[in-house]
Design a protein around this ligand. Structure first.
Ligand code: ADP
Length: 361
């Protein structure tokens, strides 16, 4: 790489100005050597010149790789990285001397990169804002549709009930079955709507995260599924001394209750569910595990079951709406955590949630 070389005498007049100095600045040696006005030429802006001279004096003329913006003969500005070497290699007669490298291309590339970065960040911010807006509109839409669907459904349920009460004795067995199907479907749809509303609320609600005692969360979730436990004859073993995590307690209770409810539900008929709740510490995070002895999930389905409405069985085999795990995933995501499953078909499952430990606050 060609290097610029210059030197000043004790009167601060240029006495060395090599070819590379000429090439970079456009000023020939004849134009600058022995002149005392060179500084005004190279740094015409008085403010910049003053700053530079002040810094120069302050550093005692000894500096390395100091980048200056030199104004060239044609008015263009080039960045030169100067190192003054007078202290290291004193040369008789050269009061101050140094070498410089033209780094204009590099600094320009850096600036372009910075500009591009800024542009990119702006674009990302704009797109994110657009996405958030669309998302909010979609959520508002889901909410209002779910809400509005409830009114006609209630009417249907009401009339089915009236039919049963007022005309039940005049309906034959077939008509009774039809009526029962209407009522069952209406209840199923009502549950679906409640679940959708719960999911929708979860995505919109403000969530304040604070230290949350997992012992209490698990106890509350356990209490919620008590009827299912009683009905199935399940055993639920809960590890003592669960740690504290950073979470939104009501949402976490709902998440754990959903996992428990699934562990109680997806078992081979006739086999009492056996569930274990325990934890593992992973650096600053807490992994809560819900293990069951249920039907298990084939690896190829393990991701999709966390999406809304994704179910692996018909409602006649295992009732449900397909929203429980979507609530788990969304809830945990809103609490800065992650959720997943480890399972093999027929060998039970381990559903896990990973949350920041209380020490991370
Ligand atoms: P739902 O329980 O209403 O069907 P979820 O979203 O909670 O909906 O679960 C989605 C699907 O994931 C279930 O229909 C079931 O096929 C599967 N699944 C969830 N939990 C378990 C489990 N513990 N064992 C086996 N399969 C499960």
């Amino acid at each position: 790489m060609p290097v610029m070389l210059d030197a000043f005498d004790e009167n601060f007049q240029l006495i060395v100005w090599n070819q590379e100095c000429e090439r970079v600045t456009g000023f020939t040696a004849a134009e600058v050597l022995g002149k005392s006005v060179v500084m005004e030429q190279f740094y015409p802006d008085p403010v910049y010149r003053q700053q530079m001279m002040a810094a120069w004096t302050e550093r005692g003329h000894n500096y390395r790789n100091w980048e200056w913006e030199v104004t060239c003969k044609d008015g263009s500005i080039r960045t030169v990285s100067w190192s003054n070497l007078s202290d290291l290699f004193p040369v008789p007669g050269w009061t101050s001397w140094g070498i410089g490298v033209d780094v204009t291309d590099r600094t320009q590339a850096q600036r372009t990169l910075q500009d591009l970065n800024t542009l990119l960040e702006q674009r990302v911010a704009e797109r994110t804002a657009q996405l958030e807006e669309t998302n909010q509109e979609l959520q508002a839409f889901t909410y209002s549709v779910s809400h509005d669907l409830r009114a006609p459904l209630r009417v249907m349920q009401g009339f089915a009930q009236a039919l049963q009460e007022d005309y039940g004795d005049r309906l034959d067995a077939m008509a009774q079955t039809y009526l029962q199907s209407i009522t069952t479907s209406a209840i199923q749809m009502d549950t679906l709507i409640s679940d959708l509303l719960a999911y929708s609320r979860l995505t919109r609600a403000q969530m304040e995260l604070r230290p949350t005692d997992l012992n209490q969360v698990v106890a509350q979730a356990h209490h919620q599924v008590q009827p299912q436990i009683a009905a199935t004859g399940a055993t639920v073993a809960i590890a003592p001394h669960l740690p504290t995590v950073i979470a939104h307690a009501p949402t976490l209770v709902q998440v754990v209750a959903n996992l428990l409810s699934n562990a109680l539900k997806f078992v081979t008929p006739g086999i009492p569910p056996q569930i274990t709740i325990e934890f593992a510490l992973q650096e600053n995070q807490v992994c809560l595990n819900v293990r069951d002895n249920g039907i298990g999930i084939a690896p190829e389905h393990q991701q999709r079951i966390f999406r809304v409405f994704e179910r692996l069985h018909g409602v006649e085999t295992y009732p449900g709406t397909g929203i429980g795990l979507a609530i788990v995933e969304k809830g945990i995501e809103r609490m800065m955590g992650r959720a997943g499953v480890e399972s093999q078909l027929g060998q039970g499952s381990r559903f896990w949630i990973l949350l920041p430990g209380a020490g991370t606050l």
